[in-house]
Each structure stands twice: as structure tokens, then as C-alpha cells.
Design a protein. Structure first.
Length: 447
């Protein structure tokens, strides 16, 4: 053992830390960063750790261990193709992207526009097509929110990404807000302060634009609270003729404005096919899970339950997918359960396999984009209808169509079902940890 070898190992370790290497996840620096040459080991580390990602899908990976090399090569090829397409879109400078977005904002009558990291299912790790914040800002971390105004642009992100954001953001166009520091206001507070200043100078409300499908259902209420608090602090509306003043208006849009800037270069939505998660690993059939949900619905007097997060949908239907989200074996879909129907909302291409169709023979397959219409129709179908939705796990567009008197806002029935593992799931977890440990030991040996 020699000092040069030790120094090399330390450098590789530091590179891994900077690229966000953790259990089954690698966040790499974008090709646009002028410092990306410092982090080339990330490509190798991603390949080495892809085995660890795959082993989470099911214990059947034990039998496929010999195919790991082919899987790694395939993942690397896919990543290169995605990066090449992203490079084309990112040919626009940061200033040009912002200029185009601001022109669209002006046409829509907006003073501010918010671009979060989320997809319609509030996933932390999203498909390439939903990485709008990354496109508009150039920051590729998995967490952060961009706020674009007429004359400034800010990015909020937590301490994991401060260094990465500092390197990737164009400082001539963007201001980094270090989320979590005492001196850094929350996004809602900053917007409210901006709205107060705007109202004082113009007597007009600040128009704040969002795509309701990529914001949590709780966001509008949080923003309204911040606007009211700042208005009170600034003593706006204390005169009799200003009692009903609003310093800010939330404007929900039918289309995401970043998509207009991204144009044809935006990656397509993934259509990775679902596969059946075998009963020997799931431990419970779909019928059993639906039966348990309906019992809970009876106790809450709910006539419909809605499931928005990808892991809830995958668990409920015993389905997995490979390709929609690089780090998770889930597929893009929603689900609803009523007393007489079970619906899966997804692209038909995802359920075209004969074994999947047989597996879902008692499930109604509906177009992905029709869920809000169906929920609204259910709410209006009967005076006694009530809809169970966990707003902490749903986007604003879905919660918006449910009248308050119809809504049952509570933790959904699938969350505790996932938490309490059955015997088959416990066995699968233990076997997955064996493979995971072997992969980690092999990786550490290669270091």
C-alpha cells in the first residue's frame, strides 16, 4: 500500500461525494458546466451503482445477476442519447431562455412564474420530460424551485446543492437562495414581499403564474397565508376602502410555460411498459388490496379514493416499470378506487402486454389526462358522494376540482399498507439486501 494509491482513492471518494452518490442514486453535473471535467468519474460510478438500483425492483434480480453487464451498457447508452438531446435544447444561453419565458409571461399577463422540480406525481426523481426547472435554470440537482420575475430570477435549493448550483447557475441571470439559512426567506415569504412592494408602487395585485399539475395541493393555501401576513405587516388595506385588497393573485394555467420555450427539444414522456410484480413477491393480490381500501372507505363514508404518487399506484396494482424514472421501478399513472370500479389512468402503450392485460382484467384502463374530468364528474354525480384524497400526496390541479364539502383530506389507505410488510415482502427485502450488499462490496473493492 502506498501514498499515491491512498491519494487516488481519496480523490475518487471526493468525486463521488460531489456527484451526490448515495444509496441507489447519482446526481451528475451537467455537460454545460465548465467544471464538468472535474467530475468525469461520475460516469463510471453510475455504471457501477446501476446494479444497486436494479436490485430494488424485485428479488428475481438474483437470477439475473449475470445480465448486469448488459443492463449497465444499456443504461449508459440511454443516458448518452438523453444527454445529446438535452444538449440541443440547452444551446440557448441562460439569458435567451429567460427572455423567451418572460415574453410568454407578458403575453399571459404574469408578473411572476414558478418552476418547481416536481412532476404531476410530486416525485423527487422525475423523468427527463418533467425536468423543466433544470432546463430553464441550468441547475441539474434533484431539488429546487425557480422563481422568475420580469427583472430577476431566483433559485431556491437546500444545502446539498449549494456548491452545485453555484457552479451551474449563470450569475448574470440568476440569484441563488440558500434555503434553510436564517437570512433566506421562504419562497412564499419572498413572493409576498415582492407583491407588497408591487402593490405599494402601482396599487395593482401581483399576478403569480403556476402550472397546477406540478405544485402540491397545499401550495396555494401556504402562499395565501404569506400574502395576508405580509399585507398586515406592511399595513396594506387598513383604510376602509382597501378592506378587500389583494396584493397577489394566483393564476393557474392550462399549459406549462417552460414547455413553450423548450419546444420540440423537450424529451417525450416515457412509455415504459408495466410488468406484473409476481404474487410470490407482493404477498397480496390486487383484489385483496382493493378490498382493504374499500373497508377503509366505508368507515370514512368515502365513495372514491384517489392515488397520485407513483409508488402508491405501483403497490396497489402489483405493477413495476423500468425506464420512466431512472432510479425507481415505477410507471407514470394515477389510480382511483370506488365502490363499483377500479381505474388505472395511464397511456395504453404501458399496459399492452398480454400478461399485464390479463393481470388487470378487473381494472378499467383510462386515458392519463382524463382523471380530473372523472373526479369532477364523480363529485357532481350525487349529493352524498365524498372523495378521499391525501392532499400532501396530490397536485393542486386534482385537489382544485374537489369541492371542500366533498373532500376527505386524510392519509390514504395505501400508505399504512406499504408500511406494514407481509411475510413475502419481508423475505424479498432480505434477499434484496443480500444482493445490495454484494454489489456494494464489489464497488468498494474496485475503489
Amino acid at each position: 500500500f502506498s501514498w499515491p494509491i491512498l491519494a487516488t482513492m481519496i480523490l475518487i471518494g471526493l468525486a463521488a461525494m460531489f456527484t451526490g452518490l448515495s444509496l441507489g442514486r447519482v446526481s451528475t453535473f451537467s455537460r454545460q458546466s465548465k467544471y464538468s471535467f472535474l467530475f468525469r468519474p461520475a460516469t463510471t460510478l453510475l455504471a457501477l451503482t446501476s446494479v444497486r438500483v436494479q436490485c430494488l425492483a424485485s428479488p428475481s434480480f438474483l437470477a439475473r445477476r449475470t445480465a448486469a453487464g448488459k443492463s449497465i451498457a444499456s443504461a449508459t447508452t440511454l443516458g448518452s442519447a438523453i444527454s445529446a438531446e438535452t444538449d440541443t435544447a440547452m444551446a440557448l444561453t441562460a439569458a435567451e431562455r429567460l427572455d423567451q419565458l418572460r415574453a410568454i409571461m407578458k403575453a399571459e399577463g404574469l408578473d411572476l412564474y414558478l418552476v418547481p422540480s416536481d412532476d404531476p406525481h410530486l416525485s423527487e426523481y422525475t423523468p427527463e420530460a418533467y425536468k423543466r426547472r433544470g432546463f430553464i435554470s441550468g441547475f441539474s440537482g434533484s431539488a429546487g424551485t425557480a422563481v422568475i420575475a420580469k427583472d430577476e430570477a431566483h433559485l431556491w435549493t437546500d444545502s446539498r446543492y449549494w456548491n452545485e448550483a453555484s457552479l451551474q447557475l449563470d450569475s448574470d441571470c440568476w440569484t441563488l437562495q440558500k434555503q434553510g439559512l436564517p437570512a433566506t426567506p421562504t419562497i412564499q415569504k419572498w413572493i409576498a414581499q415582492k407583491a407588497a412592494a408591487h402593490y405599494k408602487s402601482s396599487k395593482d395585485s401581483l399576478n403569480i403564474g403556476i402550472d397546477p399539475y406540478v405544485h402540491a395541493a397545499s401550495f396555494p393555501k401556504d402562499l395565501e397565508t404569506a400574502l395576508d401576513e405580509v399585507a398586515e405587516e406592511e399595513m396594506i388595506g387598513i383604510n376602509d376602502d382597501e378592506n378587500d385588497v389583494k396584493i397577489g393573485n394566483l393564476v393557474t394555467l392550462d399549459i406549462n410555460l417552460v414547455d413553450k420555450v423548450w419546444g420540440e427539444s423537450r424529451p417525450p414522456l416515457p412509455l415504459s411498459p408495466f410488468r406484473v410484480h409476481p404474487l410470490e413477491y407482493a404477498g397480496k393480490s390486487v383484489a385483496e388490496k382493493v378490498g382493504e381500501i374499500r373497508k377503509e372507505m366505508e368507515s370514512k363514508k368515502a365513495t372514491m379514493s384517489i392515488f397520485c404518487t407513483l409508488d402508491d399506484v405501483a403497490y396497489l396494482f402489483n405493477l413495476r416499470a423500468k425506464g420512466d424514472v431512472d432510479t425507481c421501478p415505477v410507471g407514470i399513472a394515477y389510480a382511483t378506487v370506488s365502490m363499483d370500479d377500479v381505474c388505472l389512468y395511464c397511456d395504453p402503450a404501458k399496459v399492452s402486454a398480454p400478461d399485464v392485460q390479463e393481470h388487470l382484467s378487473e381494472v378499467t384502463i383510462k386515458p392519463y389526462d382524463s382523471i380530473t374530468e372523472d373526479i369532477a364528474a364523480h363529485c357532481q354525480a350525487g349529493k352524498t358522494n365524498r372523495v378521499w384524497l391525501d392532499k400532501s400526496r396530490a397536485n393542486y390541479a386534482i385537489s382544485e376540482v374537489i369541492p371542500p364539502k366533498v373532500l376527505i383530506d386524510a392519509q390514504n389507505a395505501v400508505v399504512p399498507m406499504k408500511a406494514c410488510k407481509n411475510d413475502a415482502e419481508l423475505k424479498g427485502m432480505r434477499e434484496a439486501h443480500v444482493v445490495d450488499g454484494a454489489a456494494m462490496a464489489e464497488f468498494m473493492a474496485l475503489l
